[in-house]
Design a protein around this ligand. Sequence first.
Ligand code: FES
Length: 111
Amino acid sequence: MTSILNWVRVSELSDISPDTGTLRVIVDSEAICLYRLEDGSIHATQDRCTHGNASLAEGYIDGGLIECPLHQGCFDIRTGEAVTAPCKVPIKVYAVRVEDDVIYLSGVSAQ
Ligand code: FES
């Protein structure tokens, strides 16, 4: 059995919309966006765009990128790098682990 010490349970795979591939969750006051990419991999970043007040969970996944719904800037979902203007500041990326369809994150405050 694998230890889940330092990992925070945040959601289940089935909670991520099959239509958008995203899910916004709040963990200890932090808004986080979960992603399911076409290859089935699960990722997590901060939800708020670094350019303005927009929720990336309302954006559009394009391959491994998330396009912000407000000004269409893009971030690399895996690394958090801002890859297209007007975004310049990277977003925070969280480590993700999935066990028995439950999604755990590391790097967020414990509940
Ligand atoms: Fe996201 Fe402007 S608020 S690109």
